[in-house]
Design a protein around this ligand. Structure first.
Ligand SMILES: [Ca+2]
Ligand SMILES: [Ca+2]
Ligand SMILES: [Ca+2]
Length: 311
C-alpha cells in the first residue's frame, strides 16, 4: 500500500513536471517555443489577410519562425507564425539535416503533389531553385489549404536524395486549429500539422515591423518525429521556408530568413538564394533541452514530495 502511494506521487510529479513544458499542436504558439529564431524583414507581396478566421485567410505571410527540439521524444516542433492564403497557395519547408542532399533542386525528385516538388526543380536546362551555398536540402514538407467549407489543410512529404529519385508521400488532410492528426494519406512517422490562420497583425503589404511580426501567435505548427527527416544523434537542423504560388510556380517574398525587402521572387527555377543577401534559411539551435527542464521540474516536485513525506 505504501509502495503504491509512493509510485503515485512519483508519477504525479513527473506528469506535472512534463505537462508544464509540453506544447499543444493546434496552430497557436506555446510559451515553450521561447524567442523567435528569425523574424520577417519584408512586407508581404502575397496579400495581408484581414479575415481573422482560423481556417480561411485572404493573404499569406511568414512573420517569424520558432522551434523546439524535444530530444526525449525525438521530435522537432516547428512553428511558423503568419498566414497561408486559403487559395491553395503553398508553404514550402525544406530541411537540411544530413550530409549530402540538393543545394539546387533537381527535376527528378518524387512526383508527389501532382509534380509540385519538381515544379521548383531543374527543367532540364540546369536551372532549379538554389539555396544558400551551405544548405543542401534532404527533406521537404509542402502545406496547402482551402476548399470546403469547412477549410481543409493538405500536406505532402518527400526525401531529396543527392542523386534524385527519393520517396514522396501525400501525408493527408486535417482541419484548421486541429490536433494536427492527418488522415487519408501515408504518414508512417506520424507527422502532425495544423494551421490557425486568424492572424491579422504582423507584417503588412507595406511594412515589416519586427515587433509586430514577433508578436504574431498563430500560424502553422508541426510536430516532426526525427525519423521523418533523417535525424539521428544530436541534430543540426537548417530550415528554409517560403510561400509559393498555388502551382508551386511563383515564389513570394515571404521567405525565412527574409529577403531584405525584395519583391516577390517569381519563377522558382530561377530563384537563387545565394544571390540574395543573408541566409534564406534558419538554424534550429538545440536549446536547454526542454526534456531536461521538465525532468528538473519533475525532480523538484519529487523532492518536495519527499520532503513533505519525511516531515
Ligand atoms: Ca501550439
Ligand atoms: Ca543536407
Ligand atoms: Ca542568401
Amino acid at each position: 500500500m505504501k509502495r503504491t502511494m509512493k509510485w503515485s506521487a512519483l508519477t504525479c510529479a513527473l506528469v506535472l513536471g512534463t505537462s508544464a513544458f509540453t506544447q499543444t499542436v493546434d496552430g497557436t504558439r506555446d510559451a515553450i517555443y521561447g524567442s523567435p529564431i528569425v523574424v520577417q524583414d519584408t512586407p508581404t507581396g502575397f496579400g495581408d489577410s484581414n479575415l481573422g478566421q482560423v481556417g480561411y485567410a485572404n493573404g499569406s505571410e511568414l512573420d517569424a519562425a520558432y522551434a523546439y527540439v524535444d530530444m526525449a521524444n525525438s521530435t522537432l516542433y516547428l512553428f511558423l507564425a503568419g498566414n497561408l492564403e486559403s487559395n491553395f497557395n503553398k508553404l514550402e519547408i525544406f530541411f537540411d539535416t544530413v550530409a549530402g542532399g540538393q543545394n539546387r533542386l533537381r527535376g527528378d525528385n518524387s512526383s508527389v503533389d501532382f509534380g509540385g516538388l519538381n515544379r521548383m526543380g531543374d527543367s532540364g536546362s540546369g536551372n532549379g531553385l538554389t539555396f544558400d551555398s551551405d544548405f543542401a536540402a534532404d527533406y521537404w514538407i509542402g502545406i496547402t489549404g482551402g476548399g470546403g467549407p469547412p477549410y481543409a489543410l493538405f500536406a505532402n512529404w518527400a526525401q531529396l536524395l543527392t542523386s534524385g529519385g527519393g520517396p514522396g508521400y501525400y501525408l493527408g488532410t486535417t482541419g484548421a486549429a486541429s490536433s494536427g492528426v492527418l488522415t487519408g494519406g501515408t504518414n508512417p512517422d506520424n507527422i502532425l500539422i495544423t494551421i490557425n490562420n486568424s492572424n491579422t497583425g504582423g507584417v503588412t503589404s507595406s511594412t515589416a515591423d519586427p515587433i509586430a511580426a514577433a508578436a504574431v501567435s498563430t500560424g502553422v505548427e508541426l510536430a516532426i518525429p526525427f525519423s521523418a527527416i533523417g535525424i539521428t544523434g544530436t541534430p543540426t537542423i537548417k530550415i528554409s521556408a517560403f510561400i509559393n504560388g498555388g502551382g508551386h510556380d511563383f515564389v513570394s517574398n515571404q521567405v525565412l530568413g527574409g529577403v531584405g525587402g525584395l519583391g516577390n521572387l517569381g519563377e522558382p527555377r530561377n530563384v537563387n538564394f545565394a544571390n540574395i543577401n543573408g541566409n534564406q534559411y534558419f538554424t534550429v539551435v538545440i536549446p536547454e533541452p526542454a526534456s531536461m527542464l521538465a525532468l528538473g521540474t519533475g525532480l523538484a516536485g519529487l523532492l518536495a514530495l519527499r520532503r513533505r513525506r519525511s516531515a
